[in-house]
Each structure stands twice: as structure tokens, then as C-alpha cells.
Design a protein around this ligand. Structure first.
Ligand code: NDP
Length: 799
């Protein structure tokens, strides 16, 4: 083509990025070994596997295929390094992270080219998005390493962290995982995805160049069934951080249940892209390009469901088709390419299958007239209209360049459609009316909400999902908590739990005065939807006091009662939209009414636990103080505002989780109950509570208090009965969003395992007791953070 031709057609000429430096590096290596303890070691199996270029489907190089022996070696190198790394001063760790960031920047172009070659994504994206964000992540976390002692005092690192990353943002996911982990003093064993190990191996060289101590970061390539599985099950790994598919996330949740390993999961999505009729449609079109054709749509937070207000739908679709016709697809190393290659033939086949299914189910498919290259794995940008909300392509994550469009008429309908998914990772809202956009943002169940923008990320703003998109956050201060724990929880003598005492005269006196006179029967029922409800079973359970005598009876709740309680808790969801001031007032009111009955509550505690009156009074007073603490926090544990490098702000909102099921500990019947319920409702959740089965009467005595303290019906629901049986129902219930369990080790395992169905958040004690009287162990941020999830709302500004 000569210059005249170009002027005639206005076609783009090729603008290839040179790959020779990277190609010679690959040739030098031929075979990559494992990176363990800062050395390159042969895999125990002696086996290697190929990494290919998706744009040609030709092999690039071979990488080691590790097995469980190699994982053992890597974990033990990381464990050894942990001893010194965890004690390395903050400033020194900060310097290492800073060195990594600088070294990444020095190799930025190299990494961009290598990432494009190995993954198939366009050089424009790797150069302008992936690699700059990688460096930013290390810089940002160098800052947190520096500030850890001051800003996170009372916390300590977890130990050895196993990290498993996917192929869609290979180096960026590595950075998201490694930077916070090592900043907080942990050491790491990382498994890259089998399709895209190469930038992780180049990063290993960067580790050497930056002089990081041996064993702090270990990189083990290999098959999921070997390396992934061994890492997840390894007894000396303290935490697993995973990004990938929801199905694998679910299997990891089950495999780690009861092991005590901390877990964060960043899983799939089917994110809505909501366009109101007052939106700037030309900006919307560019937004859609970034939402679903960025990285070939292989993005967990891709705006894959286009929800358009009906009256502008046809206009938007025709603008979109015109834009799609002009998208350029081809060689990822061409700088003028919009869409690169699909990561593998298997992924291409899966996209093709789902698109065929969409057509078979009656949706209308539209693709541009131009053809894809025949060599390599390519799929054209695709738009589906006439899609029904329940169809496969509207529900399943396609993970390809396929947009599925539906229409709505009212804002309420938009929210309903947006939330009609099992996922909750991200959402985009497009409207020139900021009031409308900010009204919709809290109603959409998603961890990130982008207003008039999409797919923007920054290290300062946490990222992570609601619902089956997983739990835990990456980035921001909230992401750090995934890699630390309260220092007291690591010490051997955690518990100062109260042991029942031998009956004292004082206690016998008080129990006798209750049991002897022929009292009017006060058998408490269950407390559901603000009313006392008879248990479905029609059975009661005897409550035996510490001195062995019968001190009362409570209803024996069952599956049906839990179901009713969950329904009542959902019906009370308006609690979250009330003011925080109102929630604080109600908590103070509960305290006021409880204080009026202090003596009665103390006697009940003494009766059930066998403690002396003085100690029982102490427990009531601690409960009152706790109610005051959470009344205080109700309007103070708030989110924050981030200033990422863009014109705009990110509102990091603390949102309630929803319905939390909770099983209370035996040690402190009233204080344990109050310590769990108060933070949860202070943050806007509604709760279904199983009181201590041994000592349920302190909780059931609260019924009248709740009734007279303006607690709206359904905010607190109480089902007495067998802790583990009822907890299992809660953990399996698809409409319960989180499950807290304070009971046995076996019960903890059961709750974690059973919760995998809808990937609910869990908080369990693995049978360990805590000192509920201590403000350090019994209240505070740990409880508040378990009661919220952070939603980041991105609000750009300017014309
Ligand atoms: P996977 O979830 O299978 O893989 C993600 C990572 O987990 C990879 O490193 C993989 O290793 C590893 N892995 C797989 N199975 C296990 C296991 N049982 N135990 C431990 N580690 C395991 O995703 P795929 O690559 O198979 O992609 C399938 C689908 O997942 C995509 O079509 C997409 O829908 C979704 N996905 C979502 C991502 C996200 O960011 N949320 C990212 C990637 C995929 P290996 O590569 O060796 O198999």
C-alpha cells in the first residue's frame, strides 16, 4: 500500500511494536524452572509444559510443571523467610516494595510486550493500563508497609500466603496479590495461571534485581490439579487468596473449611451497564467499548449486560453497531488494534458455544461485517438484542467480547434487572442526572459502581464482590485486612473464658427464690418478625442451671423457624436505609431498658453459668457498655473518599451485608449475644440469632426489651435450639448473606463448608474462646468490619 492508497481509503497502516528483545529473552531461556528461595530449581517431576501465543497458537517457551513436592519446598522456603521478613522494620519493607515498583517501571515496555505475547491482549492495553497499574500497586503498598506500625498497630501478619491467579490480567493480578501480602509482612507462594506464566517469571528476575530476601516470594508454575490443589490443602499455609471462576472458588471454600486458613475470593461477574435516557449516548458508546471489548471481554467486572431505557434503545443500538463496525481486531502487538486474541482455543470454544446457545434461545445476534484473522484464537465483538432476563446468555458469565442487551422502563425496573444475577462484582450507571445516578448506586448490589465511566481501577480503591462474586477486597486500606489479624488472636493464651463455678450460697439463694414459688409460666417462644412465635416443632428444650436444676424451658427451633426468621429479616431490610442516628438512638434505648432490669439480668446469668452475683453484674454492665459503644459507632464507622489519579473522587461506602445469621458463644450468655447483635444492627444489617443453647435465657429475656425499645419488627430474630443443627440451616440458606459462628471446632468447619453454596461470608471461631469482657477481644473494628462490605462508587467530574 502506498501513500496515495492510504489517502484514498483512510485505512490504518500496520503499527507493530518491536518484540525482538522479548523474543531473544525467551530464546535464551527456552525452559523456565521454578523460582523458590530466590533460586531457579528443576521441578521434582522433571516435567515442563508449553506456554503459547494466542495470536498464533504457536509455542513461545516451556515452563516447569511442578507437583506437590515443589509446593512443599516453596512453602518451606516461605516459612523460613517469614521468620525474618515479618520482623523486618516497616521502613525496610517499604524500601523493598519501592525497589520493586521502580524496577517494574524500568522494564515496563518489556513487560507490556511479553504480556501481549503470552495473553493475546493488545499492546495498547498492556502498555497503558496493565503495567502502569502494576507499578502503582507496588508504590501504593510501599506506603502501607511504611505506615503499618502506626496505622495498623495491634495487628500482625498471617504467615505464609498461597496465591492463585488467573490468566486475564496475569501481572496485574500478581501485583494485586503480592504487594499487600508482603507489605504486611507475609511471605508468598504464587501460582500463575497455566496459560500465562511468563510475566510472573520475568517478575522473578525483577525480585532478584531488586534484591528481595530469599523466600519472601516464590513462584511455582504448573497444573491446577497439582500446584493449585497442593497449595490449597497445604497445612503450613495460613491464607489462600484466589481470583478465578466461581466454581473453583466454591471448591476452594469447601477444601479450606475448618482448616483455619484465611480466605479471600475474587470470582466471576455479570455486571450491569445501565443507561438512562438522559445519558450522553456518544460517551455511552465509548463506555461500552471499554466495558465489554476491553481485554476481549475477558474481565471479571466486564459490563456484559447492557440495560437500556426503552425509549432510547434503538438509537443506542444503531450507534453501537456503527462503532463496532469500526473496531479493529488483530495482532495484539499492533499499536492500532482495539481487540486482541482470546487467551486459548478452549476459551474460544466456550465463547462460541455460549453464543450459539444464545441464538438457539431466540436472541438476535449482530456482528460486524469484517472477518477475524484465521490464524490464532479470535472472536468478533458481538451484540445480542431481544434477550430475555432468564436466558443463558443473560445469566452465565461468557468471558468473551459478547454484549447482551435488555431494556427497562423505570429506574426501579433497572435496579431489579441489574440485581437479577447471582453475582455482584461491579456496575456502571450512565445518566447526566447525578441525583438519579447516586440514588441508583447504593441500590445495585455490587462492590464497585462506576458512574459515567467503567473499568477504572486504582490501588487506593478496594475491589471485590458481593454475593457469588466472592468476598474480601483487594486494594485500599480494606484490602490490607485480608493479610493481617489482631495480634492477640495469634497468642497461645487467647481465652480468659469463664469456667462455671461450684455453687455458692449466694447463687443458690438467688436460684431458689426463682424456682421455689409456684411461678407463672414464662416459657419464652421464638422471636420472629417482632412477635413471639411458637416453634414449628411444638417441642420445648429444658434449660438446666449451673447447679443442675431446671431453670426454664425454651422453644426448640427447626429449619422452618429459621426460614421464617430469614424471611422476616429480609422484610425488615428498610433498616439499612434509615439514618445512622436513628440506629444509634435505638441501641441507646435498648441499653436504657436493659439497665432498668440490671439485677434481673444478673441473676439470670448467675443461674445459668454458676458465676457469682458480682461477676454477673459485671457481665450486664459490660453488655450495657457494649451497646453504648455500637450506638457511638453507628454514625462514626463510616467510609472514606479516595482521590485516585483521575479527575474525580471515589466514595468508599460502608454498606450493610444484609441478613446475618449468628450463633452465640456459651461463655457469656448475655455479653456474647449483645457483642454479636449490636455491631451487626448498628451497621444496618438484620439478624437471625441462635442464642447459646446452654444458656439461652439471657437472650430470650431481651424480647420485651426489643419490643419496648423501638426495634423494628424483623431486625432482630431469635431462634432457640441446637446450635449446630440451626447453624447448618443458616449456612445453607441462599438468602442469608453472612454466617457468624461461635461454637465448636467441628461446627466451624461445618459452617464454612456449608456456606459455599451462595459463597456467603463466614466468621467462625474454630472452637477457640475469646475474652468477651475485654474490649480488645470483645468489641471494635473486627466486629464492625465483619458487619459491612465496602462499595466503591467512582464519580468522575469535569466536562
Ligand atoms: P479457573 O478458575 O479454573 O482458574 C483460575 C486459577 O485457578 C488458575 O491459576 C487455575 O490454574 C487455578 N485453579 C483451577 N482449578 C483449581 C483448583 N481446583 N484448585 C486450585 N487452583 C485451581 O479459571 P479458568 O482459567 O479455567 O477460566 C474458566 C472461567 O473462569 C472463565 O471462562 C471465566 O468465566 C472465569 N474466570 C474468571 C476470572 C476472574 O477474574 N474472576 C479469571 C479467569 C477466569 P490453571 O490455570 O493451571 O488451570
Amino acid at each position: 500500500m502506498n501513500v496515495m492508497d492510504i489517502f484514498e481509503t483512510m485505512e490504518y497502516g500496520p503499527a507493530p511494536e518491536a518484540a525482538s528483545t522479548v523474543q531473544s529473552w525467551l530464546q535464551e531461556h527456552q525452559q523456565f524452572r521454578l523460582f523458590i528461595g530466590n533460586r531457579w530449581v528443576e521441578p521434582a517431576s522433571g516435567k515442563y509444559m508449553e506456554s503459547t501465543n494466542p495470536a498464533t497458537n504457536k509455542a513461545l517457551v516451556q515452563v516447569a510443571s511442578a507437583n506437590s513436592d515443589d509446593v512443599d519446598a516453596a512453602v518451606s522456603a516461605a516459612r523460613k523467610a517469614f521468620k525474618t521478613w515479618s520482623k523486618t522494620p516497616d521502613h525496610v519493607r517499604a524500601r523493598y516494595l519501592y525497589a520493586l515498583a521502580r524496577t517494574i517501571q524500568k522494564h515496563a515496555r518489556f513487560l507490556s510486550v511479553l504480556e501481549s505475547l503470552d495473553n493475546g491482549k493488545s499492546i495498547r492495553e498492556t502498555r497503558d493500563i496493565d503495567i502502569p497499574l502494576v507499578a502503582r500497586h507496588f508504590y501504593y503498598h510501599a506506603g502501607w508497609a511504611q505506615l503499618m506500625g502506626r496505622e495498623l498497630s495491634g495487628y500482625e501478619p498471617l504467615g505464609v500466603v498461597g496465591q492463585i491467579i488467573p490468566w486475564n490480567f496475569p501481572l496485574l493480578m500478581l501485583a494485586w496479590k503480592i504487594a499487600p501480602a508482603i507489605a504486611m509482612g507475609n511471605t508468598v507462594v504464587l501460582k500463575p495461571a497455566r496459560y500465562t506464566p511468563l510475566t510472573a517469571l520475568k517478575f522473578a528476575e525483577i525480585i532478584q534485581e531488586a534484591g528481595l530476601p530469599a523466600g519472601v516470594i516464590n513462584i511455582v508454575t504448573g497444573e491446577a490439579s497439582q500446584v493449585g490443589d497442593a497449595l490449597v490443602k497445604h497445612p503450613d499455609v495460613n491464607k489462600i487468596a484466589f481470583t478465578g471462576s466461581t466454581d473453583v472458588g466454591r471448591s476452594i471454600r469447601r477444601a479450606t473449611a475448618g482448616s483455619g486458613k484465611k480466605l479471600s475470593l475474587e470470582l466471576g461477574g455479570k455486571s450491569p451497564f445501565i443507561v438512562f435516557d438522559d445519558a450522553d449516548l456518544d460517551s455511552v458508546v465509548e463506555g461500552v467499548v471499554d466495558a465489554i471489548w476491553f481485554n476481549q471481554g475477558q474481565v471479571c467486572c466486564a459490563g456484559s449486560r447492557l440495560l437500556v431505557q426503552e425509549n432510547i434503545a434503538e438509537r443506542l443500538f444503531s450507534k453501537l453497531r456503527a462503532r463496532m463496525e469500526k473496531l479493529r481486531l488483530g495482532d495484539p502487538l499492533d499499536k492500532a488494534i482495539d481487540i486482541g486474541a482470546i487467551v486459548s482455543p478452549a476459551q474460544l470454544q466456550e465463547i462460541t458455544r455460549l453464543v450459539a446457545q444464545g441464538e438457539a434461545e431466540g436472541a438476535e445476534k449482530w456482528q460486524p461485517s469484517w472477518a477475524c484473522p484465521t490464524e490464532g484464537s479470535f472472536f468478533p465483538p458481538t451484540l445480542f438484542t431481544n434477550v430475555t432476563p432468564a436466558s443463558t446468555i443473560a445469566q452465565i458469565e461468557i468471558f468473551g467480547p459478547v454484549l447482551v442487551a435488555m431494556t427497562f422502563r423505570t429506574p426501579a425496573e433497572a435496579v431489579e434487572l441489574a440485581n437479577n444475577t447471582r453475582y455482584g462484582l461491579a456496575a456502571s450507571i450512565w445518566s447526566e442526572n447525578i441525583n438519579l445516578a447516586l440514588d441508583i448506586a447504593p441500590k445495585v448490589k455490587a462492590g464497585s459502581v462506576w458512574i459515567n465511566c467503567t473499568n477504572v481501577f486504582d490501588a487506593s480503591s478496594g475491589f471485590g464482590g458481593y454475593r457469588e462474586s466472592g468476598f474480601g477486597r483487594e486494594g485500599g486500606k480494606e484490602g490490607l485486612y485480608e493479610y493481617i489479624r489482631p495480634a492477640w488472636s495469634g497468642s497461645k493464651s487467647v481465652s480468659k473464658a469463664r469456667q462455671p463455678q461450684v455453687a455458692s450460697e449466694e447463687r443458690e439463694e438467688s436460684t431458689l427464690s426463682e424456682v421455689n414459688p409456684p411461678a407463672i409460666d414464662r416459657t419464652p417462644k421464638l422471636f420472629i418478625g417482632g412477635k413471639q412465635a411458637r416453634p414449628d416443632s411444638g417441642y420445648s428444650l429444658r434449660v438446666i442451671g449451673a447447679n443442675g436444676s431446671l431453670i426454664g424451658e425454651v422453644g426448640e427451633g427447626n429449619r422452618k423457624d429459621i426460614r421464617n426468621a430469614v424471611e422476616a429479616a429480609h422484610a425488615a431490610s428498610k433498616w439499612a436505609s434509615g439514618t445512622t442516628h436513628n440506629r444509634a438512638q435505638i441501641l441507646y434505648y435498648i441499653a436504657e431498658n436493659m439497665a432498668a432490669r440490671e439485677d434481673e439480668f444478673a441473676r439470670r446469668i448467675a443461674q445459668q453459668t454458676g458465676c457469682g452475683h458480682v461477676e454477673a453484674v459485671k457481665e450486664v454492665q459490660a453488655s450495657l457498655s457494649r451497646l453504648f459503644s455500637y450506638a457511638a459507632w453507628a454514625d462514626k464507622f463510616e467510609g472514606t473518599i479516595h482521590r485516585p489519579p483521575m479527575r474525580g473522587v471515589v466514595l468508599a461506602m460502608h454498606e450493610q451485608i444484609g441478613v446475618i445469621g449468628m450463633a452465640c458463644p456459651d461463655e457469656y450468655p448475655l455479653l456474647g449475644f449483645v457483642s454479636l447483635v449490636a455491631p451487626a444492627i448498628a451497621m444496618g444489617n438484620t439478624v437471625v440469632v441462635i442464642p447459646s443453647p446452654k444458656a439461652p435465657l439471657s437472650a430470650t429475656d431481651c424480647y420485651q426489651i426489643f419490643e419496648t425499645s423501638d426495634v423494628p419488627a424483623g431486625v432482630i430474630n431469635i431462634v432457640t435450639g441446637e446450635r449446630d443443627a440451626l447453624s447448618k440451616v443458616l449456612a445453607e440458606h441462599d438468602d442469608v448473606e453472612a454466617c457468624w459462628y461461635f461454637g465448636s471446632e467441628e461446627g466451624s468447619r461445618m459452617v464454612e463448608h456449608a456456606s459455599a453454596g451462595n459463597m456467603k461470608r463466614t466468621w467462625v471461631n474454630y472452637g477457640a474462646q475469646r475474652d468477651w469482657l475485654s474490649p480488645l477481644q470483645g468489641e471494635g473494628e473486627e466486629f464492625l468490619r465483619a458487619s459491612i462490605q465496602v462499595k466503591n462508587i467512582w464519580v468522575p467530574y469535569g466536562e
